[in-house]
Every structure is written in structure tokens, then in C-alpha cells.
Design a protein around this ligand. Structure first.
Ligand SMILES: [Cu+2]
Length: 92
């Protein structure tokens, strides 16, 4: 049973990574607050037009993998009322 749950969790995280659909550029990183400012293109899943805004990150480790100025692909969701980056990777 435990093995089955682990397999399901892996499948979900892989699916999330493959679905990174939004384009962005990192403008600011706030490790202390666990926040990232992204200038982003349209985010269809959130019905959001292009803009620059602050997101929370689901995992603080995400902030170690990108730097200000990086072009990124990412996914975001509204979690507990906060726009939150759920996956992010460098686009170049
Ligand atoms: Cu936005």
C-alpha cells in the first residue's frame, strides 16, 4: 500500500513538471519570504493576462534553482488564496 502511494505521488509530480505552460522572467527573489516576482505571459489555467506579479513558491528549493533575469517555464495555482508557483524550470 505504501509503495502504491509513492508511485502515485511520483506520477503526479512528473505530470506537473511536463505541464509547465506559462512563460516568465524572474524579476526578484525573496528567499526569506519564500516569494518570487515574475514577469509572466498569459496563464490560461488562472485566466490571467500577462503581467508582473509576486508569487509564493510551493517549495523554497525552487528559489535556489533560478536567478534574477532567468527566462523560466512555470506552473501556478491558487492555493489557500495565494497565487503559488507549483513548478518552475529554466527555459533556456
Ligand atoms: Cu499575474
Amino acid at each position: 500500500m505504501k509503495l502504491l502511494l509513492t508511485t502515485v505521488a511520483l506520477a503526479v509530480s512528473v505530470g506537473t513538471a511536463a505541464a509547465q505552460t506559462a512563460d516568465g522572467e524572474v524579476r526578484r527573489i525573496d528567499k526569506a519570504q519564500g516569494k518570487i516576482t515574475l514577469r509572466h505571459g498569459e496563464i490560461k489555467s488562472l485566466e490571467m493576462p500577462p503581467m508582473t506579479m509576486v508569487f509564493r513558491v510551493q517549495d523554497p528549493a525552487m528559489l535556489e534553482r533560478v536567478a534574477v533575469g532567468d527566462k523560466v517555464k512555470f506552473d501556478a495555482a491558487k492555493i489557500d488564496g495565494n497565487y503559488t508557483v507549483t513548478a518552475i524550470s529554466k527555459a533556456n
